[in-house]
Design a protein around this ligand. Structure first.
Ligand SMILES: Cc1ncc(COP(=O)(O)O)c(C=O)c1O
Length: 363
């Protein structure tokens, strides 16, 4: 191709998502595969979300409400933050993309603990910025090291709590101390995609910092506990000036009308949310008790997934689980060469994982 492509775009590597169930079944000639690889809600979508979505379909000939005002109002009421502080995205990925498009220029630095969710690096590189990686300490974000890595070129700090893939949270008290040390011209992004699953009462609640008008943007999503990953809808809560800036780079109709309607339905479905979170907690407790019984090492977690040390090459282990119809995630690409990440499923799926796991472990 003769078309000129900037070097920072040429250097990008496409994201590799978890293997879809249909692809695995076709590839390995198996039926009834279970996917425990992408931290999705195994219960399916909320019935209220589905009803709202169905009611919306008759209007699909029209463009969506570009500002998503109704849903923004519902989120505002639910979280106790002003509507001016909320911006919706086609998944929280889209909010990460908007933040990097709006704030970064080539040569800027973005501080990213490692390992963490891969999209922070991806979008920072798309903008030509330089990621500055800070290793985790005992699987948790090392706020001290993050603060030390700030330079005059730093524009954004990405913090994920609970952190994907380790499941550890930032303590609220430590974060307040950290934030006081960070120059006010740097945006601190707190990605709380798994906030609903947290059980630790001392865990950081990023929203309180947005309410206090700090230079903090909190990310939330409807993809996990709310069960709408396929519709692509998430949001950011941040200072109104930043929302107004993001409105300039936002695609006019970035969130489709079905996603807006379903998300409003899901937000109103307290029973479903409670059931989803309870299912994840019971699943975690059950899986951990069974792994304890087998003498397998794993890491505790405040999310709906956790890491397991399989004691051998994780890619190979992942392959062997695939052959038994169970999709997990190898953590080799994240730097944990002997670990897999498991998302909690339905009780029968968790049992199916354990059966396959025990077989693979002894082969
Ligand atoms: C930490 C974290 N942030 C954001 C996302 C993206 O979620 P969404 O589906 O809202 O784009 C994920 C998805 O796995 C995630 O793990």
């Amino acid at each position: 191709m003769k078309i000129a492509v900037p070097q920072h775009i040429r250097a990008l590597k496409p994201y590799v998502p978890g293997k879809p169930i249909a692809a695995l079944e076709q590839e390995y000639g198996i039926a009834d595969a279970v996917k425990l690889a992408s931290n999705e809600n195994p219960l399916g979508p909320s019935p209220k979300a589905l009803a709202a979505l169905a009611a919306e379909t008759a209007g699909l000939n029209r463009y969506p409400n570009g500002g998503s005002e109704k849903l923004v109002g519902a989120i505002s009421a639910r979280l106790g933050v002003a509507p001016e502080c909320i911006i919706l995205g086609s998944g929280s990925d889209d909010v990460i993309s908007m933040l990097t498009r709006a704030l970064l220029s080539p040569g800027d630095e973005v501080v990213i603990p490692q390992p963490t969710f891969l999209m922070y690096e991806f979008y920072a590189r798309c903008a030509g910025a330089t990621p500055v990686f800070v290793p985790l300490s005992k699987r948790a974000i090392d706020l001290e090291a993050v603060a030390r890595s700030v330079t005059p070129n730093t524009r954004i700090i990405f913090l994920c709590s609970p952190n994907n893939p380790t499941g550890q949270v930032i303590a609220g008290a430590q974060f307040a101390h950290f934030l006081a040390r960070i120059p006010k011209n740097i945006l601190v992004v707190v990605d709380q995609a798994y906030a609903e699953y947290m059980r630790d009462p001392g865990a950081l609640d990023g929203l309180s910092h947005v309410r206090q008008k700090h230079a903090v943007a909190v990310l939330r999503t409807f993809s996990k506990a709310y069960g709408l990953a396929g519709l692509r809808i998430g949001y950011g809560i941040m200072p109104p000036e930043l929302v107004r800036l993001l409105q300039r780079v936002r695609q006019p109709f970035n969130v489709n009308s079905l996603a807006q309607a379903a998300a409003a339905g899901a937000l109103a479905d307290d029973d479903f949310l409670e059931k989803s979170v309870r299912l994840a907690h019971e699943g975690l407790d059950f899986l951990w008790s069974q792994l304890d019984r087998m003498g397998v090492r794993y890491h505790d977690s405040q999310a709906n997934f956790f890491l397991i040390d399989v004691g051998r090459d994780a890619d190979r282990f992942y392959e062997m689980m695939l052959r038994r119809g169970v999709i997990v995630r190898s953590m080799r690409a994240y730097g944990y060469a002997r670990e897999i990440r498991l998302s909690v499923g339905l009780p029968a799926e968790n049992q199916r994982f354990l059966d396959a796991f025990e077989t693979v472990l002894t082969t």
